[in-house]
Design a protein around this ligand. Sequence first.
Ligand code: PEP
Ligand code: MG
Length: 896
Amino acid sequence: MTKWVYSFGDGSAEGEAGMKALLGGKGANLAEMANLGLPVPPGFTITTEVCAHYYANGRSFPDDLKAQVDVALKKVGASAGAGFGDKGNPLLVSVRSGARASMPGMMDTVLNLGLNDLTVEAVAGRSGDTRFAYDSYRRFIQMYANVVLGVPHDHFEEILGGYKDQHGLSLDTELAAEDWADIIARYKARVADDLDRAFPQDVNEQLWGAIGAVFSSWMNQRAITYRRLHGIPKDWGTAVNVQAMVFGNLGETSATGVAFTRNPSTGEKELYGEFLVNAQGEDVVAGIRTPQEITEKSRIASSSDKPSLERLMPAVFAEFTDYYTRLEAHYRDMQDLEFTVQEGKLWMLQTRSGKRTVKAALKVAVDMADEGLISREEAVARISADGLDQLLHPTLDPDAEREVIATGLPASPGAAVGEIVFDSDEAESLKAQDRRVILVRVETSPEDIHGMHAAAAILTTRGGMTSHAAVVARGMGRPCVSGAGTIRIDYKAGTMTAGGAVFRKGDTITIDGSSGQVLKGAVAMRQPELSGDFGTLMAWADEIRVLGVRANADTPADARAAREFGAEGIGLCRTEHMFFDEDRILAVREMILASDLEGRQRALAKLLPMQRADFTELFEIMRGLPVTIRLLDPPLHEFLPHGEEEIAEVGAAMGVAPDLIEARVNELSEFNPMLGHRGCRLAITYPEITEMQARAILEAAADAAAKTGAPVEPEIMIPLIATRAEFDFLAERIRAVAAKVAEEKGVEPVYTIGTMIELPRACLRAEEIARSAEFFSFGTNDLTQTCLGISRDDAGSFLTEYVAKGLIPVDPFVSIDEGGVGELVTIGVERGKKGRPDIKLGICGEHAGDPASVDFCHRAGLSYVSCSPYRVPIARLAAAQAAIREKDGSEQHSTD
Ligand code: PEP
Ligand code: MG
């Protein structure tokens, strides 16, 4: 018999923390807390295997599930001293989702289940608080009818709002027991009206309805989008947790709250959290009431006039301190906790690894390694390489002028400039047009995640540090200011009023998520600080990694940035970018338009000193680090002007008849330029271009070495070869130039000649090519294009559909297609090594800055990756994580 249900509570559990795949994160951690002897309300978890069965069998449950649930429910009742549906002493339960990876707010929850017209009276009698009982019942009807029966939320809001207006009431707390009784009757009538049947009074019907709804919510649109954004597989499924209710809304000695064991924004080692007296859990995250601080220290820091938990309930606070300290030490990670105090008794409702900003993640990891709680390898493994991107981008320049129009909570750090947009769908469509937007909302809900993802930053006027907006923004790495209460938003008019001025949709503002400031216009930004915890962790990563990391850099600015970010050399200098420079394009065009060799050589002679100066500067900046320079790659027509106007302009400047230019453009134009006369093919037609470039490189190397005293050994790289013959043809000419330079300079240049491997044939014939080429650099941009037969310039129009329809997990131009392109690389590596055992092997396509692809490169046995300068730290970290994974035998996947 399959075990579908796992019980927990009363100091023991059938599950434990290691069973996340089966019990989901919440279920496994509830079991673990029970095993640790912490006060957890008794309950049980229905496994993720039931979810799989549910979807594989037309949304039906396994036959023996009901019997197992009945047994578990009895156990919960026995432990809680109550009976499910019992008219004298009813057990009330919560029914919640809980997937393997946390998906906050994406799926459904039902609270206070087990209430009906009879049990509500029993709850009133036993608690001695009729108002509380009726309030709970109306909350249950509202939640159940919405989540399980599909009655829109606003049908109930309308009734409640109408009732308040009618009786001159404004706050929920002003409503007495009889008011709620009246509202319950109205709610039930509304449900009956909407659905043509009465609200279910049978508690078992309620329970199975809720269990089904929670499993169904695994496939709701919010959850699907969240999984897509976080790479969570659909087949993981969710578990369902049924647990005895505890109440934080039983008066002034009751409360509910959430806390992080360290500060989730900064990583500081201090308890950080919020709570509300006399409230239910959802009230804290919903941001309807402004929560109170848990510790006295943060109450003082936030100058709140409401007492902290530490002051208000010292015994509870002491007990909580003991639990959170134990939980953090036990899990060896920062925890995100939920708790409820029912009439002075503390209950732990949840513990999980806390979501944090990248900055906080770095600090927590480095601190925990220093505290001896985790190893340095674990610290390195814990940082999301992709997330590091956030730190590598600018923050507000502290010296820039700021016109503050409002201040809210610093909910998620970082700064961004963008145009105001009030609607999530609009945010998404503007982002698609490459516009930078700031999503401005009163508050956000899970329906807004696509808008938040599209936005550069988020601003809300309501809600605390743990509001939906704050939690989600931190997880996504978007700057966020929440609870900026002085701002008034008018959605209909498309305006917001702040600091006495009216801002319209489309107006530019700046958000500083680190200070909570909202600023008028675009404020200047500053480059990030790459020292402190970042520097420490990167140094640890460098000790662990095996792969080298270089940068793709064509300009002195790129080369300087590359060094700053820790690149160990330049793995790709695309020389065509130097040809495009404004001050030399004329000479380039002269070369292309020349009718004979002599004319071409005259133009090339003009380009030689310019190229030599470029290379000298690059070599000087790199001071002896390896530099790979690739010979000219793109088709020549790219350098010629297009359109009548441009042609006339260039013709006038060069003194060449426009029709001559036009004729040459036509002559050079191709149907498939990316598969046409480019790369080494160009050099084979015009070897004098290669000769000029080889001379510029070798002379520059000699000049730079003489200037800096550091020897320069340039790596000259030939692009797009398919055959060894192509390579040999050009290598021979480069060597001839080198011999001439040696003679002229009186020193023997030291250099290597290698090739890009970016065509399938080059991978297949790698062995013989390696007999000639001294190094390979896999150009996986072109290799992806030619392996898949997908034009890299046209892929955008249809590949997104492939991803959206689930045909491919990710765009192969972003993350390497291991099955196809990866196999070609592996073949190229194996065969290349056969031809030349000590061959240097790199990769310089965009994939070199993508963590999953870096992991592949490590496994494939490459010597180094070369990516854009800004991604160098990401590649360094990803390379270290790949080495750790290989050692641990663990797989790469994202868990949050
Ligand atoms: C490549 O093809 O992967 C590469 C690095 O070269 P380019 O992008 O310049 O074609
Ligand atoms: Mg290429």
